[in-house]
Design a protein around this ligand. Structure first.
Ligand code: MSP
Length: 533
């Protein structure tokens, strides 16, 4: 990393979640990934703005609230607290929580609507078509499955609509969008999703309706208040509202002055079209620059079907984190599901993987190595430096390349690969300590060799903890504490990060003057509940 990057900014978003229900593990998945990216960027020294929030308008929320006998705002306020609470439990460090019902957001939506109106991109016409309330989206007849059910919410029927709506002239932006995809090949990731979008756009873009007449729960269209603004038009703009400083006057100019353009919109593949087609076209119409990247990840599935609130097949994230802790949950989803692909959750596999990697390979290695340091070096820490070790030392070879490999992996959002690379060093360390047998070296009076072995292993564990800290911040903090550092990966301040990245991300930095504390187990093995085993 060059020092220039220390001053760069990075803004990223999760989708703004519908508040029709409390969050499920699918919502948690996107947010955990975004948090890992945000933490990694902060570690590298970037100024980061991590935005999440809730999408609270529209028919889906209106109906849910009414079925509970609540007014929509009361319902939203209740559900929002459960999102905030889950993010807290999962150690999500967001900077902004954007709610589409905020008054400041209303001001931003009105101003944006006016710009698009002034451009001549909005007109009134008749809308006929099949609507999925759970998706909040019109569907083509050919997309529907048997009995007019939605292909995503397979248990729900789409509803026929025939009403007057305001439309946005998306068709005007066909060429400009094609130009964008050609000139900014990274705008849509991963590659497979990019192709989907290119194919969709190639078929010809149709204008889409941006108002509703039978939905009260939304912002009224300025000058025609019997219409409310379509929930997606409203929600996408809340990414912009989130850029305002807490007490700033809510104008587009203010909102876009500091953090725009957003670097990354992390989303699920079902909402790619809104982000990669509608959103850039809306921004082009209003005359603004575009976000740098939209990345569509896969679905968490249960028995092959998208896990979701509408399908009622979710896994309770509160329960998961309560039983297993946030590091375990974060680690599993980041390592086990290649970003971009779908992944099935299986609890036995979850427990086995986390125990194998974090409890056995990493935790036990640190614990037994510290035990040996205590025994063979009087807890002083090995009196050796990385630079003293031969260039062909097996751990040094892996360790010296690891920082760069992992940096590349994080930048490319290849988190499984990041975990594998780091585990490779940890597994090599386990093998190395077994083969070097410091206990025999000690008996033979070879103190210098004993210290070399222990140093190399401890330094490898330290480096692994540092590089994994965006994923398992609590465990990394415990490891660092055991190695006598006072770093808390949940409370890094900007100065400390900038000063430390270049040093900590390199193998061979462990000091010779460690005041090692009493070794303590850092990760308790997970256990399956009895009825699941
Ligand atoms: N409100 C819109 C987003 C507006 S953004 C301006 C929305 N909300 S949602 O709550 O339905 O979905 C939010 C995100 O969660 C989407 O990216 C969606 O893909 C993701 N997931 C919902 N279920 C999921 C899984 N089962 N697996 C992985 N992600 C899933 O869409």
């Amino acid at each position: 990393m060059t020092s220039d990057t220390n001053h760069q900014k990075f803004a990223l978003t999760t989708p703004l979640y519908y508040v029709n229900d409390v969050p499920h593990t699918g919502s948690a998945y996107t947010t955990m990934i975004a948090d890992v990216i945000a933490r990694w960027k902060r570690l590298e020294g970037y100024s980061v703005l991590f935005i999440t929030g809730t999408d609270e308008h529209g028919q889906k929320i209106e109906r849910t609230a009414s079925s509970k006998g609540l007014d929509p705002q009361t319902h939203c306020d209740q559900i929002v607290t459960s999102f905030e609470s889950l993010w807290h439990k999962l150690d999500i460090q967001y900077d902004r929580f954007s709610r589409t019902t905020a008054a400041r957001h209303h001001a931003i939506v009105n101003e944006f609507f006016q710009k698009v109106w002034d451009k001549g991109d909005i007109y009134l016409a008749q809308q006929q078509g099949w609507y999925c309330v759970a998706c909040e989206e019109f569907k083509e007849e050919r997309e529907l499955i048997e009995n007019h059910h939605c292909p995503i919410h397979t248990n729900l029927k789409v509803e026929w609509r025939d009403e007057e709506n305001y439309f946005f002239r998306l068709s005007q932006y066909q060429e400009k969008l094609e130009h964008l995809y050609a000139n900014a090949p990274n705008f849509i990731g991963p590659e497979s999703r990019r192709n989907e979008v290119l194919n969709f756009v190639k078929q010809g873009l149709q204008d889409f309706s941006i108002s509703r007449i039978n939905v009260e729960w939304g912002f009224p269209i300025p000058n025609d208040p019997k219409h409310t603004i379509y929930v997606w038009f409203d929600a996408l703009l809340a990414y912009i509202t989130a850029l305002l400083e807490p007490n700033q006057e809510p104008t587009l100019e203010n909102a876009l002055s500091n953090w725009w353009p957003i670097n990354l919109h992390l989303i699920g593949k079902d909402i790619l079209r809104f982000h990669a087609v509608y959103w850039p076209a809306m921004l082009m119409s209003a005359g603004y620059s575009l976000p740098k990247q939209v990345f569509g990840h896969g679905f968490l599935t249960k028995n092959g079907q998208k896990m979701g609130k509408s399908l009622g097949n979710t896994l309770d994230p509160f329960d998961l984190v309560q039983r297993y802790g946030s590091d375990a949950v974060r680690y599993y989803f980041l390592k086990e599901i290649e970003l971009g692909k779908d992944g099935d959750f299986n609890e036995t596999r979850f427990v086995n993987i986390v125990n194998a990697d974090l409890a056995n390979d990493l935790g036990n290695l640190l614990n037994r190595t510290l035990g040996m340091v205590k025994k063979y070096c009087q807890s002083k820490g090995p009196q050796i430096k990385g630079s003293n070790l031969a260039p062909d030392h097996p751990l040094k070879i892996i360790g010296l390349e690891l920082g760069d490999k992992v940096t590349q992996g994080y930048s490319a959002l290849r988190f499984s690969q990041v975990c594998e690379e780091i585990l490779n060093l940890i597994r090599a360390s386990n093998k190395f300590i077994d083969e070097s047998a410091p206990w025999s070296l000690f008996k033979q009076g070879q103190q210098a060799e004993v210290e070399q072995v222990l140093y190399a292993v401890l330094e490898s564990v330290r480096l692994a903890a540092y590089l994994l800290s965006p994923i398992i911040p609590n465990l990394s903090t415990k490891i660092y504490r055991q190695l006598s550092f006072s770093v808390d990966f949940n409370h890094l301040n900007q100065i400390q990060e900038v000063a430390n990245f270049a040093i900590h991300s390199q193998w061979g930095q462990l000091s010779t003057n460690l005041e090692l504390s009493q070794p303590e187990p850092i990760f308790t093995k997970l256990e399956l509940p009895l009825d699941d085993s």
